[in-house]
Design a protein around this ligand. Structure first.
Ligand SMILES: [Fe+2]
Length: 261
């Protein structure tokens, strides 16, 4: 089984590029399912993900959309977060928040548990412990899934590595999102978990995390309020392809994916 995962979708150009190419990419990599972090896809409409853009990603072939610190920016998404099982927000946020943090995705006769979590190091949301949350989810869902995939939306590489190693052997796919910069550490952990610290992004190339670098520089130099704008550069699609063993007990291969358009 092969699961194709894409990093944070950024801005209209990233969204359009992924939607246009997703079916072809799924075919090119013989992927059985696709997980996309969509939390920045509606940048330009005030950040976050709108209901219309979530619909577009799902219609384009995303099987599960994950979120992060911008999950609740667009109120149009709240109803969809509550109603749909293929649209997640971090599981370790308060239970009264809209939506859910995990789902079971049927893939070719097997059940893939997909969990979305957010880090607590250098993030600004009142999140509970991701270790405790994932422990509880795996226990609650025992017997209801064949393999597990985790999108850990976090800033700190140390937190991502620590969580992945802690759950190595119990989770088969573990990838980080949020930094928009892909890391060169795709690997199989000792007990068979396929891992990469960050998938990168689907958005404007040659930019500051998808944004115009000159505006970010001005903000950093002066501290004056300014409106961030997506860079007008060609989009790049970044992610990773995870291949699971026939019995789904481990990941056998993790390959970084990068498509320049
Ligand atoms: Fe984020």
């Amino acid at each position: 089984m092969k699961i194709l995962c894409f990093g944070d979708v950024v801005a209209q150009s990233g969204l359009d590029a992924l939607c246009k190419n997703l079916h072809l990419l799924k075919k090119e990599f013989s992927a059985d399912a696709v997980i996309v972090n969509g939390e920045n896809a509606s940048m330009g409409q005030g950040n976050g993900l709108s209901a219309a853009d979530a619909e577009a990603l799902l219609a384009a072939g995303a099987d599960v959309i994950t979120g992060g610190n911008h999950s609740f920016r667009q109120k149009s998404l709240y109803g969809m977060l509550d109603d749909r099982n293929d649209l997640l927000r971090p599981a370790n946020l308060h239970g009264s928040c809209p939506g859910k943090g995990y789902t079971v995705l049927p893939v070719n006769g097997v059940n893939l548990l997909v969990v979305n979590l957010i880090g607590r190091v250098d993030t600004d949301l009142p999140a509970s412990c991701p270790f405790e949350t994932l422990d509880r989810i795996l226990k609650d869902m025992e017997g209801q899934y064949d393999a597990a995939a985790v999108d850990f939306h976090a800033e700190a590489t140390s937190e991502k590595l620590a969580l992945a190693h802690y759950f190595d052997g119990r989770v088969q796919i573990f990838f980080g999102t949020h930094t928009h910069v892909p890391t060169a550490d795709a690997q199989i952990l000792p007990k068979g978990c396929g891992y990469i610290t960050d998938l990168g992004m689907c958005g404007p190339s040659c930019s500051a995390l998808g944004l115009r670098p000159d505006i970010i520089a001005r903000k950093l130099i002066t501290g004056l309020p300014c409106r961030f704008e997506p860079a007008a550069t060609p989009p790049v699609l970044q992610g990773a392809l995870f291949t699971l063993s026939p019995f789904l007990s481990s990941c056998t291969k993790v390959e970084r994916i990068e498509k320049k358009l």
